[in-house]
Ligand binder design. Structure first.
Ligand SMILES: [Ca+2]
Ligand SMILES: [Ca+2]
Ligand SMILES: [Ca+2]
Ligand SMILES: [Ca+2]
Length: 421
């Protein structure tokens, strides 16, 4: 298991200690969760400035037992005071813990500094058993499964899904195992099944409600957990139709929208194309033979360039080079170039790989061996086989009878409409 990663979400950045004096936090809280990578130690200090050498007193503190709060008196002489908050997050620290510190100035006036510490485990997208590798996951009938280390189908849960429901893999709780959302296009209802509750008692909410909507999940607010995303085509009077993206943060319930993409045959997709930790939206535009990528919250156009030159190209975005950004990728299904994967890294370099030569193969790229790089992989409905290519070697794993009612959960949202039941 990978070491735990710590994320800190701050709700309040600075406060007035006394009239006109600001409680300065140094380094300032980031606008997004602080990720300490592999390190499991939380170290944060802040400085309190006020007139005179008398120090402000910590009057009351609410913090988890694994954190300690100390006063650093080496800076006191300058009239600025440093407190250090540190600790090592243990597995039982997973989740959100509110922290509240009440200081009093020399006159006894109280000031409260409060924020939330979020601890989440390191997570590999699509990893259902928490061992750091993605696992092939699928819906068969109304039941959900993943392949364990021995490549045995392991039952997750049952969902009596209405027709046309779309299952999606995401991360909705703090542990290192993948979670699943099921979206019903008839009502816009989402059911979110999380690993920490044993995939039982799904959380329900409503968002999006047209049969032509395409659902996605991704972290739109940067709190480290996935949120809900809907792409909708809105017809207009000219031959163009507007593509509108809607997001709903599961952190604060806020809804946002962005009008982006121009034609009703655009193929919508999501990914972190600039590697800043929040999801970006993109389209593969058939009419202009190009990709356009939009950073949703920053409302920035990230890229617009020709890339995919065949209408039939299947999209397969993933981080193939392990640089932390989603790479643009397609699998070609024309007769002349059947099975050619073309991958474009963020630095513009192109890579070609031949793999999976059935036009109906379903692309499910993910990091199946845990080396940090996405691997080419497909599910082949005609044989019921999952085929990952790990270090140039293709494995063939039988999942279900040929042409069974199977939906690979890591398949692109846009193409899942063809696999709906
Ligand atoms: Ca795994
Ligand atoms: Ca989970
Ligand atoms: Ca989020
Ligand atoms: Ca990349």
């Amino acid at each position: 298991m990978k070491p735990f990663t710590l994320m800190i979400a701050f709700s309040i950045c600075s406060l007035v200690l006394t009239a006109g004096k600001t409680l300065k936090v140094d380094p300032p809280p980031p606008g997004h969760p602080l990720v300490l990578g592999e390190a499991a130690t939380f170290f944060w200090e802040f400085e309190i400035k006020h007139r005179g050498n008398e120090k402000p007193r910590l009057f009351q503190a609410t913090m988890p037992s694994w954190m300690t709060f100390t006063y650093n008196d080496t800076t006191a002489a300058k009239g600025s005071h440093t407190y250090v908050l540190q600790g090592q997050a243990k597995p039982d620290a997973l989740g959100d813990t509110p922290i509240s510190l009440v200081f009093t100035d020399p006159k006894g006036n109280p000031t409260t500094l409060s924020f939330v510490v979020r601890v989440v485990a390191a997570y590999t997208p699509g990893d259902f058993d928490g061992d750091g590798t993605a696992d092939f996951s699928f819906r068969e009938g109304n039941s959900f499964y993943y392949l364990n280390r021995q490549n045995e189908a392991t039952y997750l849960f049952f969902d009596g899904m209405p027709a046309n429901s779309v299952p999606l893999v995401g991360r909705f709780d703090h542990d290192n195992r993948a979670d699943i959302a099921v979206w019903n296009p008839a009502t816009g209802d989402w059911s979110i099944y999380t690993s920490m509750t044993g995939y039982s008692h799904p959380v329900q909410c409503q968002f999006g409600e047209r049969g032509t909507d395409t659902p996605f999940v991704g972290d739109v607010d940067g709190d480290g957990l996935d949120d809900l995303i809907i792409h909708r085509f809105v017809p207009s009077y000219d031959e163009k139709s507007r593509g509108v993206w809607f997001t709903r943060s599961l952190n604060n319930d806020s809804v946002d929208s962005l009008s982006f993409s121009g034609y009703d045959d655009d193929i919508p997709l999501v990914g972190d194309f600039n590697g800043n930790g929040t999801v970006d939206v993109a389209v593969k535009q058939l009419r202009n033979n190009r990709w356009t990528i939009h950073e949703f919250y920053g409302e920035t156009q990230l890229a617009r360039f020709p890339f995919s030159m065949q209408d039939s190209d299947k999209i397969a975005p993933a981080d193939y080079d392990g640089d932390g950004t989603t790479d643009i990728a397609i699998r070609r299904v024309t007769e002349e170039q059947l099975g050619a994967w073309i991958i474009r890294s963020r630095n513009g370099s192109l890579r070609l790989q031949n793999f999976a030569t059935q036009p109906n193969d379903i692309e499910v790229p993910a990091d199946y061996n845990g080396d940090g790089l996405a691997d080419h992989a497909v599910y082949r409905p005609s044989t019921g086989e999952f085929m990952p290519m790990i270090r140039e070697k293709v494995k063939v794993i039988s999942v279900a009878p040929a042409n069974a009612d199977v939906v690979p959960l890591m398949a692109q949202s846009f193409f899942k409409r063809h696999y709906r039941r």
